[in-house]
Design a protein around this ligand. Structure first.
Ligand SMILES: *[C@@H]1O[C@H](CO)[C@@H](O)[C@H](O)[C@H]1NC(C)=O
Length: 162
C-alpha cells in the first residue's frame, strides 16, 4: 500500500472511531468529568457541604442546582425516592453523583452553541449551567467566568475537557 493510501486509511479509522465515541458521548452523557469539575469549581468551589444558598429557588449542592433546573432536567431522585417527595429535590441536588446526572440531563435537553464559535463544548455548558437555557449568550458573572477559565487552563492538554 502506498504512503498516501495508508495515510488515508489511518485518517479514516481515526475519524470514524472518534465519531462513534462522540456519538456515544452525546447520546449518553454530553458533559465530560473534567468539564463537570470546572463547572462545580466555578460555581461553588466544589464545596460538597450539603447546603442550599438560595432558600426560595434552591441553588443546592456542588452545582448549586435550582429547583426549576432540576424539574427541567427530569426530576432525578436519589435511591428511588419518589420525585414528588418533599425532600426529593434537595436530596438529589446535595448528592454529587445525582447532581452530576441532573447536569447531564439538562445539557442533553438544552445543548446549544451559546458563544457561536461553531462548537458545542464545555464553554457552552458552563454558560448554559450558569445563565440558563434561554439566556446563555449573555455575559457570565465575572467571578464565575474567571474561576471557570482558570480551571480549564489548568486542565489544558488533558484529553476530554471539551
Ligand atoms: C464549604 O461551605 C461551608 C458552608 O458554606 C463552609 O462553612 C465551609 O467553610 C466551606 N468549605 C470550604 C473548604 O471552603
Amino acid at each position: 500500500m502506498g504512503f498516501v493510501a495508508e495515510y488515508l486509511l489511518c485518517l479514516l479509522l481515526a475519524v470514524s472511531s472518534s465519531w462513534v465515541q462522540s456519538e456515544v458521548d452525546v447520546l449518553d452523557k454530553p458533559v465530560t468529568e473534567l468539564c463537570l469539575t470546572c463547572i462545580c469549581e466555578a460555581i461553588s468551589g466544589c464545596n460538597a457541604t450539603r447546603i442550599c444558598t438560595n432558600p426560595e429557588k434552591g441553588a443546592c449542592g456542588i452545582f448549586r442546582i435550582t429547583w426549576a433546573y432540576w424539574v427541567d432536567a427530569g426530576k432525578l431522585t436519589l435511591d428511588g425516592e419518589h420525585p414528588d417527595a418533599e425532600r426529593a429535590f434537595i436530596n438529589c441536588a446535595n448528592d454529587p453523583h445525582c447532581a452530576a446526572n441532573v447536569v447531564q440531563n439538562y445539557m442533553k435537553k438544552f445543548n446549544q452553541d451559546c458563544n457561536e464559535d461553531g462548537e458545542m463544548d464545555c464553554h457552552d455548558y458552563a454558560r448554559i449551567h450558569k445563565l440558563g437555557a434561554y439566556g446563555c449568550q449573555a455575559d457570565m458573572p465575572y467571578n464565575y467566568q474567571i474561576s471557570f477559565e482558570e480551571c480549564i487552563k489548568n486542565y489544558e492538554g488533558y484529553q476530554g475537557i471539551e
